[in-house]
Design a protein around this ligand. Structure first.
Ligand code: NZQ
Ligand code: ZN
Length: 394
């Protein structure tokens, strides 16, 4: 096992109607003027934004609102938020929505607190932020884990580059109020894409080619089984509170660092490959991951078939065949069968993309930062490898 540091500073308040505690909670954070940040339609339509405004008014807080965050959140909205926060002297940002809204809030927080440079530099990783405006989260979808994570992912419309910030505790939300009922209104596609993303946050940390820890493996395997079980329930019962709650908590635990303890940080190649799909074609993050995972797995499994065989046996009860290799391949097949069973794509065509050779080359070129970096640690992948995986996924 690798030595590790584990720090999870976000206060979690979980359960029915917890979002209505927002006025009371904010009193602990010595803030004066709050930005309520939200997405397109859902949180307004459901009455959630009005409920939040009422809670803040009743608690005596001054606030302004900024909606309109889209999936694969845009840099232009971040810049709009930074200007608004400066004009209004905002000292706390409350993100009400999905990972896109929470990420946009984090990026705004970075931009406001680091006026010495342009916020995009934190995503190009040419500069490192030294502060962030405090953030609170009220998630309305279980997926990204951004409510407890130390990163954010933003798309720059100039060049359609989707890039993640360097991981930092600075942008981790101070608290998250998690009410599983707020996720009832999600369309099936978003619910199940979210489940894939949650699985992938654990799998990215699980598929590493180093000795790991038994306890971390057990936590990860249990998380994966729980998500698979409840994702199937939600297909037919979107209003099942317990299933929503299991998925929501799994989402946070999958991406708050717990499943990476002793595993050296994780592989993250699938996420990198997906981010280019999100940047260039605006696909839903979890669906993009499910379209790419099987091709990635078949391309890399021979670096450590035993690890994939463990996955097959412990997650899908596949008995050990004569050799690790056939067990590993049966596990990959089982995962893809699961993705199909929850109506998720297992290739790019099913994701709705009919890509030319040139487009695949561009994806690999961008993902490799113009052929200057490799991705992944299970098996290091260069630009040619990336191109081959995108081709396999076509
Ligand atoms: O804008 P509205 O109308 O709210 O619609 C959203 C959006 O269209 C809708 N939605 C959200 N809650 C809803 C709802 N619709 C009905 N009822 C509700 N309760 O769902 C759609 C997707 O929302 P989005 O916020 O984009 O989803 P998600 O939470 O999956 O976030 C995806 C983003 O997070 C990034 C992804 O790359 C992607 O940009 N990630 C962030 C991470 C992090 N910060 O740690 C890690 C992840 O790996 C991921 O990369
Ligand atoms: Zn993800």
């Amino acid at each position: 096992m690798r030595s590790f540091e584990y720090y999870t500073p976000t206060k979690v308040i979980f359960g029915k109607d917890t979002h209505l505690k927002i006025g009371e909670i904010l009193k602990d954070y010595n803030c004066h003027k709050i930005l309520i940040h939200y997405g397109g339609k859902s949180a307004v339509k459901s009455g959630l934004i009005d409920d939040i405004k009422k809670c803040l008014t009743d608690a005596g807080f001054d606030f302004v609102t900024l909606g309109g965050v889209v999936p694969n959140p845009r840099l232009s909205k971040v810049r709009e938020g930074i200007s608004l926060c400066r004009k209004e002297n905002i000292d706390f940002i409350l993100a009400v929505g999905g990972g896109s809204v929470i990420d946009s809030a984090k990026a705004i927080g970075y931009g406001v607190a680091n006026p010495w440079t342009d916020v995009w530099n934190f995503f190009l990783k040419t500069e490192v932020p030294t502060a962030c405006i405090p953030i609170g989260a009220i998630p309305t979808i279980a997926a990204s884990g951004s409510e407890m994570s130390g990163s954010c992912v933003i798309t720059n419309e100039n060049g359609w580059l989707k890039r993640g910030s360097t991981r930092s505790d600075l942008c981790r939300p101070k608290f998250t109020l998690m009410n599983p009922r707020l996720t009832y209104t999600l369309p099936e596609y978003q619910t199940e894409s979210g489940c894939v993303d949650i699985l992938m946050h654990t799998m990215e940390r699980y598929f590493v080619n180093i000795e790991t820890m038994e306890i971390t493996d057990s936590i990860s395997e249990s998380l994966m089984q729980t998500v698979i079980y409840n994702a199937r329930i939600l297909l037919n019962e979107p209003g099942n509170y317990n299933a929503r709650a299991e998925i929501m908590w799994a989402g946070s635990l999958s991406h708050n660092g717990l499943t990476g303890c002793g595993t050296g940080g994780g592989d993250w190649a699938c996420h990198q490959l997906e981010h280019e799909l999100g940047g260039m074609f605006d696909v839903t993050h979890g669906a993009g991951l499910s379209a790419i995972w099987g091709s990635w797995a078949r391309y890399v499994y021979d670096a450590n078939p035993e690890r994939f065989a463990q996955f097959a046996t412990n997650i899908f009860d596949i008995p050990y065949f004569a050799d690790y290799e056939s067990t590993a391949l049966a596990g990959i097949e089982a995962m893809e069968d699961f993705f199909r069973s929850i109506h998720m794509p297992t290739n790019l065509r099913e994701l709705g993309l009919d890509l030319t050779d040139e487009q695949i080359h561009e994806l690999a070129f961008k993902c490799s930062f113009e052929d200057t970096r490799t991705i992944g640690i299970f098996k290091q992948l260069n630009m040619k490898d990336m191109e081959k995986i995108y081709m396999m996924a076509r």
